[in-house]
Design a protein around this ligand. Structure first.
Ligand code: PA5
Length: 530
């Protein structure tokens, strides 16, 4: 079959949804869809059960309800529906009162900035949407703090600068106990207090009921609290208060975001595979990766505003699919690696390898039909050609070049970057990930690896505490790493090595490192400054 015939038979196009998906450049054989049909039908059934309120996250014994966020009438009970509707109403009401300056900062006329503090699923979606849709006309200018890197934190507050008294801080943590977020909040609090402001009068929380953060917000008297429910996973929380509150404060049309997701959900509930774009994506991934993740997914949106989509998807896909065991307990080590930034920029970077190097990936191109805001159209950079023609030309050129060198690709087309199309993309990938997880029989909705990483960091900090005590007890006497480990009562000497080296590099920690000239790093000694 020639490429164009294949394209015509595999091109999904739904003008009312505003989405096209071309999977024809994935090299599945003719019988692939027929062969996969029973499995994808099983995936539809599993998804219907999930949407109906089944416990779809068996490890954590939780329902998985992100689809109800944009269709509350589908929630399994009246209380859940009411909770979703009332959260949305309070987001609207809160944003309106901030915009109208009925809710004011402690010592300024109005809020002008919003600082979002969160990490992972509590930051990637909000940031992606903020950057994709932001304009100079934003009602509040967004800032993000998503790490416990002190220098990164300083940079954010430097950027906010004298605007701090006009900054509303939104702290987002589903669990309410994530240390990076807690640290960011305490650093923010210190910044407000440094200029004589009361943190709570500038703070709101999005978190689970009764969490550590929730209790703190109540105790301190935060301006407001918004809910996060156990049936919404972090990486699928963009359309809960996690994403909607920052977006509404920025002045974005959150109802359109929800409407786009809702429309996509309707389309992707079809059990007719050819008419279901999420199923087509999941099957394309299955074909490209052999169902075992043997190829990476490279995201190339030809639109600057979508640059953070790959980072958002990286979490959604890799945290959902990267699992050691399947649902039957069999060791499988599943996953699909995701990376990418944007075209055509990346053509001047790693696309060289995509075309000529290792064939360990498939590309997902995203074309946005609308080049720029209509009132800005005009300039021809060459006779008859605009910058947008070049962008489209580079997209098609790279797509063709990759096909010519035997590389596989999927292409998505949306009309424009708008709240509606972002909602659509978010919903499309949420469901594609869910379908793919069913195809490979894994639980997409837990994240034991993330939890393990959080616990390991706590263990390291416990060692650090013992290291500090050991050095203090030595009262300024220089100790080698081995001696510190012995005094700290730990056999993990290497961890002690890394800890003391870091402490000694930061003068405010009061630890000095001494290394004899030309000596091995393992001969260094450490002491407290007396
Ligand atoms: O998707 C996830 O579950 C994680 O990435 C979390 O979002 C992340 O760890 C942050 O957790 P929390 O919102 O509880 O602070």
């Amino acid at each position: 079959m020639d490429l164009y015939t294949r394209f015509q038979s595999h091109f999904y196009d739904d003008p009312s949804l505003g989405l096209s998906v071309d999977i024809s450049r994935i090299r599945f054989a003719d019988g692939f869809f027929a062969e996969m049909e029973p499995r994808i039908q099983k995936a539809y059934a599993a998804m219907a059960e999930l949407e109906g309120g089944a416990v779809a996250n068996p490890d954590e014994k939780r329902m998985v309800g992100h689809y109800w966020l944009r269709a509350p009438e589908l929630a399994p009970d009246a209380a859940t529906r009411a909770a979703i509707e009332s959260a949305l109403a309070s987001i609207h009401a809160f944003a309106e009162s901030v915009h109208a300056a009925r809710l004011r900062p402690e010592r300024a006329e109005r809020f002008e900035n919003v600082l979002v503090i969160g990490i992972g699923g509590s930051a990637l979606g909000p940031r992606f949407v903020a950057e994709a849709l932001g304009t100079p006309a934003d009602r509040l200018r967004p800032y993000f703090l998503d790490n416990t890197d002190p220098d990164g934190i300083d940079r954010v507050f430097d950027a906010i600068g004298a605007g701090l008294p006009r900054t509303l801080t939104v702290i987002i943590s589903k669990s309410g106990g994530t240390k990076e977020t807690r640290n960011g909040m305490l650093e923010a609090r210190a910044q407000y207090e440094r200029v004589g402001l009361t943190f709570a009068k500038h703070a709101v929380a999005v978190t689970g009921d009764g969490s550590e953060l929730d209790k703190y917000a109540v105790k301190e008297g935060f301006l407001a609290r918004f809910p996060m429910w156990d049936w919404v996973g972090g990486r699928t929380s963009e359309l809960s208060a996690v994403g909607l509150l920052p977006a509404a404060l920025q002045g974005l049309d959150v109802d359109a975001l929800l409407a786009g997701a809702r429309a996509c959900d309707v389309a992707t509930r079809s059990r007719e595979t050819k008419k279901n774009p999420a199923a087509l994506l999941a099957l394309a991934w299955y074909s490209a990766t052999g169902g075992v993740g043997k190829k990476d997914m490279v995201l190339l949106p030809y639109k600057d505003r979508l640059e953070l989509f790959s980072r958002y998807l990286q979490q959604l896909v890799m945290e959902s699919l990267g699992k050691s065991h399947d649902l039957d307990g069999k060791e499988v080590h599943q996953g699909i690696a995701v990376y990418g930034n944007k075209g055509s920029t990346d053509q001047h970077a790693y696309v060289q390898q995509l075309r000529d190097g290792l064939d360990n990936f498939f590309v997902t191109f995203i074309e946005v039909l609308r080049d720029r805001a209509p009132e800005r159209a005009g300039l021809e950079v060459d006779p008859g050609f605009t910058s947008g023609d070049y962008l489209a030309g580079f997209f098609l050129g790279t797509r063709r070049a990759l096909t010519e060198s035997g590389r596989e690709s999927v292409s998505l087309v949306i009309d424009e970057v708008s709240p509606r199309t972002l909602g659509l993309l978010i919903a499309l990938y949420e469901r594609a990930v869910g379908f793919y997880a069913s195809l490979v029989n894994i639980n997409a909705y837990h994240q034991p690896g993330v939890e393990a990483g959080k616990k390991a960091a706590v263990d390291v900090l416990a060692v650090e505490q013992k290291v500090f005590s050991a050095l203090r007890e030595a009262k300024g006497k220089p100790l080698t790493v081995d001696a510190i480990a012995r005094a700290a009562g730990t056999s993990d000497v290497e961890t002690v090595f890394w800890i003391v080296r870091h402490l000694a590099a930061n003068p405010d920690r009061g630890i000095v490192r001494e290394l004899p000239a030309g000596g091995s790093p393992f001969a260094a000694t450490y002491r407290t400054i007396s």
